[in-house]
Structure formats: C-alpha cells, structure tokens
Ligand binder design. Structure first.
Ligand code: HEM
Length: 506
C-alpha cells in the first residue's frame, strides 16, 4: 500500500518536472524573465493581478533586455521582436513565417472558421472570397452610409448642449455603438440599431455579447488550449453571448437569402454578406469529403464564422482609434482647431472621397495616432522552418512563435527624428518638412506581409470621414485630470483607461 502511494507521488513529481521543463522553462540564448509554473511571466509582470497593460510591460522589458526577448503568456512562449530590420524580414519571408499559433490555436477555439485563424489551403479558399471586398475604390460606395450613422450619433450629442459642462465618461461605448452600426450597414445591409439607445440596454444586447465574446477570446491566449476549451464550455456568460451573436448572424443570412440571386450578384463585389451568401455551398456533404485543395465555396458554419470574424475585427479596432482621436482632441485644442480650420477652408457640408483625400493635416493626425497608440499592440507569426534574424542574429527554430511589437517599434528613438520626442503626440512629425527625418516604416498599425489587415482601407476611410463630421459640428473638451487622465486599458485592443470629455456642439 505504502509503495503504491510512493509511486503515485513519484508519478506526480515526474509529471510536474516534465510540464515545468516543457512549458515553463527559459531556454535558448534569447534573454527573458524566468517563467513561473502555470502563469509564465503574467503574474510577475502584473498582467495578472494588477491588470498591467501588455504594451507597457513589453516597453519595460525592451529596456531591460533589448531588441529581442522571450516572454511567457502563461504556457505559451513568444519571442518578442523590437527591431525594424528583423520585423521586416519576418513580414517578407512568408514561406518561413506563417500565421501565429496565438491566432490559429487560441483564437481558433472561439471561431475556427475565421480567416484570421486559418492557414494553408483553407486560408486561401476563405481569403479568395472575403479579401477583395474591402480594398481600394470598392469601399468608396460606403461613404454615405458611414456619414448617415455618424449623423445619428451627432443628433444624440446635440441634446448634450442643454448641459455643456457635462463630462461624458462613456466615449468607448458610444464609439463602439457607432462603428458597430456602420459595420452592420456596410457589411451586412442590416440595421443593428446600436445607436438607438445610449444607455446600452435592450437593443444593444449585441454590443454586450460581442464584448463578452472578445474578452473570452483574449483570456484564451493565456491558457493552455485544453483548459481554454473547458473554460469556454463552463462559462455561461460566454455561451449566452454566443447564442445572441448566432441569432443575429442567422437573421442576417436569412434576410440576404430572401434577395433574388440577380440582385445579389450585382452587390457581391461590395457587400460582404452578398459575397458570402453567393459562396454558400450547394451540397455541403459532398464538399466536406473533398480535399481542402479541391473544395469550393463555404459551408453555412464557415459563412457564420467569417461574419463573426469580420464583425469583431471591423468594429472594435476602429472604435479604439476613434476613442483615441477624441482623447487627443480633448488634450490638444490647438490640433483640434487646426483640423477644423483645414476642413472649413476647403470643404462644404457634403463630403466626397476627393474632399477627404485633400485633408493633409488630418492625415498627419491619423498617422501620429496610429503610431503612438496602435489599437493592436502587435502581431504573431509561427516558424515553419529554422531561421536566423538578420539584425539581432537570433537563431529561431521551427515551431517558435515570434511577436512583432508595434508599440516598441513606434516609440524607438532610433527610428524617429530627434527633434520631436517619440513619446509625445505631435502630428507635425508627419508634415512634409519633417517626414524625411523619420523612418515611417516603424509604424505598422495594420501589420505587414501576406497576413496584413484586410480591412485597412475601409478603416482609414471610416475614421477619416467620421472625424471630419465630428470636427464640422462639435468640439471636444478636457474633462480634467480626475476623469480624463488617459493611461492604458487592455482589452482586445488598447484603450484609454480614463477618458472623460465635454462635447460642445458648435
Ligand atoms: C483601425 C482599425 C484596424 C486596425 C488597427 C487593424 C489592425 C489589424 C492587425 C494588426 C491585423 C493583423 C495583421 C498581421 O498579422 O500582420 C489585422 C488583421 C485583420 N483585420 Fe484589421 N484592423 C483594423 C480594422 C479592420 C476592419 C475594419 C476590418 C474588416 C473590414 C478588419 C479585418 C481584418 C481581418 C479579416 C484580419 C485578418 C487578416 C489575415 O489573417 O490574413 N480590420 N487587423
């Protein structure tokens, strides 16, 4: 009996050593903090426990370790790359650096059919259907819809003039409601009604469900895959959110399928839902037994996966950029006035795409915004073959996962002119006089290479047109150090921790 108990203890000991060795030990010559059992570096850096935002943690670790270091997101080891030459090498060698495991294995748990979570032939099949939709001139047809939704929000803000000193603390929610409403119309021809009710009740259940869904997805990155599966299964809030989201997606598909195929064929070049509905497989069972290379179209589950993937990717990142815009306007009234002057000088109330293109100072503002506070802190790639990075000389092995830190590159004084501190917000960094002194390639808010953001043209059009509309009609004011203190809050994007602004209708 005693020897049985002893061998049980021995077995547990061996298992502990094995798991610790395989998942939680610093290895190789790349520096980093020693990972702790189960939590990796998350506890010691305050990401767990103190809600330390990851961008700040990585900035500090760069000061400590330099251009490359290891970091353990719980059981997942990533190699954080902070040097532009190495980042560019990774982006341009797609045959070595494929989509990161963080996306495929972890986020794939919540949406295995999202283009972001796919590799190889399945990625190509999905990308051929969804990627052409949001490129170049095709998105210009959406301008009126974007402006209509923005005008709805402005109508709400007009009522604020009754109390002009009021400090608004719900800018994040309001921006999310706006970008979600816009995305519903332009991608799905569907009125999500998120702007109907400021107080986030009733009709805004979708906003809340998406928030829960994205938060759950973020937690998965820090958990072993098997625990992640259990976490999702046992999380009633997540399951309820998923039911709500699926109900909306089903409704959108049904609405689309009621259209005639002729109407749909006309719209499929610019409408995501029309393109997805056109791609629906006629015989799912027959397609399912084909090899991935010979499959055509998408199954209904895949269509729903892509709808959710674009909905998530399309609204929260754009909303984050919008929130930062409002925050910086409230803090830099001289920048806000200069934008207003530029708009007033050249433009009437009706906006065209050409009008937007001529607003060069506003372009500088956005470039600076995307540099200083990119909504996504970085991106990941997994090696499918061994490689050596050109600048740091780091030897990487097949299966390693690299993480390119957008934040660290964008604040590195090696790439930015000495005359304007890279830590401060100054759109003049990108003016014609100054731009040549900066290595603008070090600002990569939309990623790079073959897996760069598919929605970046739309995001730029959306942000520029919304902000022009804002600047035509309202002025944002600083709600004071207590409410408008900035800082960083980590969700699926990086947001200001404290934002409180006044909104004055001009
Ligand atoms: C300010 C807004 C946005 C930012 C900052 C942003 C940023 C990013 C980043 C950093 C990536 C990963 C790129 C890489 O790994 O190299 C990405 C991927 C992606 N984004 Fe965006 N995005 C934005 C808006 C949008 C919008 C509006 C859409 C949809 C229309 C969208 C759809 C996607 C998709 C589908 C992917 C996955 C691409 C792939 O895996 O091949 N994004 N985005």
């Amino acid at each position: 009996m005693r020897s049985l108990a002893r061998s049980y203890v021995d077995l547990r000991h061996i298992l502990y050593i094995y798991v610790k060795r395989v998942f939680f030990t610093l290895y190789g010559p790349i520096p980093g903090l020693k990972p702790q059992f189960l939590v990796g570096n998350l506890l010691q850096t305050g990401i767990i426990g103190q809600n330390a935002p990851m961008n700040i943690v990585f900035l500090k670790l760069k000061v400590k370790f330099g251009d490359i270091f290891q970091f353990w997101l719980g059981p997942t080891r990533i190699i954080v790359v902070n040097c532009l030459e190495d980042a560019q090498h990774i982006f341009t060698h797609r045959q070595i650096y494929d989509q990161g495991d963080i996306f495929v294995e972890k986020l794939g748990l919540v949406n295995p059919n999202a283009v972001l979570c796919l590799r190889g032939a399945k990625f190509k099949r999905h990308a051929s259907i969804v990627s052409p939709l949001f490129r170049g001139n095709k998105i210009n047809v959406h301008l009126d819809a974007i402006l209509d939704c923005t005008d709805k929000l402005l109508m709400r803000w007009r009522t604020y003039n009754n109390d002009p000193g009021q400090i608004h603390l719900n800018m994040i929610e309001q921006c999310q409601q706006l970008t979600l409403a816009i995305f519903g119309v332009i991608a799905f021809d569907f009125d999500l009604q998120t702007l109907e009710d400021e107080n986030n009740s009733g009709k805004n259940e979708l906003t809340r469900a998406l928030y829960t869904h994205l938060n759950a997805a973020m937690k998965l990155i820090q958990l072993p895959t098997i625990i992640g599966r259990i976490y999702l299964f046992l999380n009633p809030e997540y399951r309820q959110a998923r039911t709500i989201i699926d109900r909306y997606l089903q409704r959108m598909i049904e609405q689309e399928l009621q259209e005639s195929s002729i109407v749909r064929a006309e719209r499929k070049r610019t409408s995501l839902i029309a393109s997805l509905a056109t791609s629906l497989q006629h015989d799912e069972k027959a397609e399912a037994i084909k090899t991935e290379e010979t499959k055509k179209g998408l199954s209904r589950a895949e269509v729903m996966g892509e709808m959710l993937s674009f909905l998530s990717a399309g609204y929260s990142t754009t909303a984050a950029a919008l929130v930062w815009f409002i925050y910086f306007m409230s803090k830099y009234p001289q920048v806000q006035s200069k934008i207003k002057r530029e708009i007033a000088e050249y433009h009437s109330q009706c906006l065209s795409v050409e009008d937007l293109e001529s607003l060069t100072y506003l372009d500088c503002v956005f470039r600076e915004l995307f540099r200083l506070v990119p909504p996504a802190i970085g991106t990941a790639r997994t090696l499918v073959a061994d490689d050596r990075l050109p600048a740091t000389g780091a030897d990487l092995n097949k299966g390693d996962q690299v993480f390119i830190s957008f934040y660290n590159l964008a604040r590195d004084s090696r790439y930015w002119s000495e005359s304007i501190d890279p830590e401060i917000f100054d759109p003049d960094r990108f003016s014609n006089d100054n731009i040549k002194y900066n290595n603008v390639a070090a600002s990569i808010p939309f990623g790079g290479g073959h897996r760069q953001c598919m929605g970046q043209d739309l995001a730029r059009l959306e942000l520029k047109s919304i902000c022009v509309r804002f600047m035509q009609y309202v002025t944002f004011g600083d709600g004071g150090p207590l409410f408008n203190a900035g800082g960083f809050k980590q969700t699926d994007t990086i947001l200001p921790k404290h934002i409180g602004v006044t909104i004055h209708v001009d």
